[in-house]
Ligand binder design. Sequence first.
Ligand code: IPE
Ligand code: IPE
Ligand code: MG
Ligand code: MG
Ligand code: MG
Length: 302
Amino acid sequence: MPDVGPALADELLAEARERTDQRLERWACRLEAHDGEDGRALAYALRSPGKRVRPALVLAAYRAAGGLAEGIAGVAAAVETVHTYSLVHDDLPCMDDDDLRRGRRTTHREFGVGVATRAGYRLVAVAAQVLADAARELALPAATLGAMARALFEAGGIEGMVGGQWLDLEAERRRLSLADLIRVHRGKTGALIRASCVLGGIAAGAGPEAAKALRVFGEEIGLAFQIADDVLDATATSDQLGKTAGRDRELAKSTYVSVLGIEGARADARRHARLAVEALAPAGLPAESLAALAGYIVERSS
Ligand code: IPE
Ligand code: IPE
Ligand code: MG
Ligand code: MG
Ligand code: MG
């Protein structure tokens, strides 16, 4: 039987891109109209064309948990806004010092470090507003919005992305153990990907078993995502990636490739993707879309 996974993943990503970008574009127009250079930088970052993996996970998790409403795209846009902020800051000279992102000049290359730093912080506040708008559109009760906000901003904060980014920088030019590297990766990348799945579940009113299944799925696929990112940094070209290839080596980062080698890292990414999909079965969640995205995450070429 032919593997329908890749075609389904492409379809889900295309849908997520279309529906999320519409909302991000509304915010880009609003900010650009009022805020001079800052507004233009915010709009530039919001319009930059990413893969939209996190939005696709929000939509797929929501539907797997029985959600049907169109307004879930607003929740996806909120997660993508936090992700976009993380990229703007990740590329700054004080972090990975990158010139290229999503096939374009990085925000600080285009607007300067001060404007880009501010734009990054301001995107956090934008994300909160995007999330609140989505909760209103979905007519979710205040407690549900509260749970979603907690999940999203804990994942984006010191216990998640910010903490992981901190550990990542601290680890430059040191050789981490695999256990320490896992902590970095779960924080800097895994937390927000896990939150994407968790938010989909919360918005759909998932019960405890479904919520747990989505959380474990997100945790495993979040780690797999960063392992695949490490592999691509070492094996793909800057043209393929839309960002500078080989940067991890230049910055002497500990990565899955430096610890396990390319083939070892690939095998581990696939293992975590399998664990992710297996976590869905006990809750009886429909797995097709989430499994297709899991396959994409570990086999992608950009
Ligand atoms: C890049 O994320 C940063 C990491 C967390 C590894 P993506 O690979 O999802 O980047 P975009 O959104 O497609 O540009
Ligand atoms: C970045 O990890 C994770 C976040 C942006 C939070 P990387 O530094 O490996 O991401 P890329 O490779 O620059 O996209
Ligand atoms: Mg980094
Ligand atoms: Mg980087
Ligand atoms: Mg990377």
